[in-house]
Design a binder for this molecule. Structure first.
Ligand code: ZN
Length: 279
């Protein structure tokens, strides 16, 4: 086939391909379609925004060496507060605080005699002035209230925090974190390792030899090595723990162990006629 013939064959092929489109457009009023599109666009709601920077687009294109860098759009300043609130809400869900503990804040914590040091240390870790805190006391001395108050303060500051009631956490570890919102074991385990603040409420020794307890020790180890904040509440003297956990809690850099010697809340309530702290 000569060149001329080949060009002719290609033209015919092109014509065959274009035919269906021509048939499709036959009888269609293109001007009418254009007008409909114009009207639709006109009626679309324009996002309400007073922002002079992004004019409601929520993103801005930074200039690099005098040229717009379309590959790296940045969130506009006007979205910072909204984004911050969204992040806070997400972190609150991830923290999984126990229900009906909204009142467990520092504002609602009554500093009775014997609780001064614990409260001061809890505030220190809540405001980033301490890395590790162990609150040790017998039951019903208000440790959980302080532990939750610390979490709430971190969340208020827009930082992630995870509250874990240890007996439940051990069950969860043993079960392989299944049934928890479809999260894989690995991702949930990594969350416990890496979350900004981890609170282990009611750490005991009853299942110290357990595989789940070993996993918990790994989390504590990881946080120790990476200098990540940890709060532990317990009613058992640290010497009863495995050497691995006890040494971490006692010797971690920037850590504090507070032994609470306050009266039991139930008794205090009877003596003072007050409500004491929530737990
Ligand atoms: Zn803006």
């Amino acid at each position: 086939m000569g060149l001329q013939e080949r060009v002719e064959a290609m033209k015919q092929q092109e014509a065959r391909r274009a035919k269906p489109l021509r048939q499709l457009l036959m009888g269609v009023d293109v001007e009418k379609i254009k007008e409909t599109v114009r009207q639709t666009l006109k009626d679309l709601p324009i996002p309400e925004s007073d922002c002079p920077i992004c004019k409601g687009a929520e993103w801005v294109i930074p200039m690099v060496n005098g040229k717009p860098d379309y590959a790296h759009p940045r969130r506009c300043k006007c979205m910072r507060e909204k984004d911050f609130q969204k992040r806070q809400e997400m972190y609150l869900r991830m923290c999984e605080l126990p229900p009906a503990t909204e009142n467990m804040t520092f504002e609602n914590y009554k500093v009775f005699p014997g609780l001064e040091e614990a409260c001061e240390a809890a505030r220190a870790i809540a405001y980033g002035n301490l890395k590790w805190l162990t609150l040790l006391s017998e039951v019903d001395r208000g440790k959980t209230h302080l532990a939750i108050a610390i979490c709430r303060e971190w969340l208020r500051q827009g930082k992630s925090a995870k509250y874990a009631f240890v007996p439940l956490l051990l069950d969860e570890l043993r079960a392989g974190f299944d049934g928890k919102g479809g999260n894989s074991y690995q991702s949930r385990f990594e969350f416990f390792c890496n979350v900004n603040l981890l609170v282990l409420d009611d750490l005991g020794v009853e299942r110290a030899s357990d595989w789940a307890m070993e996993k918990l020790e790994t989390i504590v180890d990881y946080r120790y090595i990476h200098k990540l904040p940890l709060v532990v509440t317990t009613n058992i003297a640290l010497d009863n723990y495995s050497e691995r956990i006890a040494s971490r809690l006692k010797r971690s850099e920037d850590s504090k162990v507070v032994v609470i010697k306050a009266t039991e809340y139930r008794l205090r309530r009877k003596q003072n006629g007050t409500n004491g702290n929530a737990s």
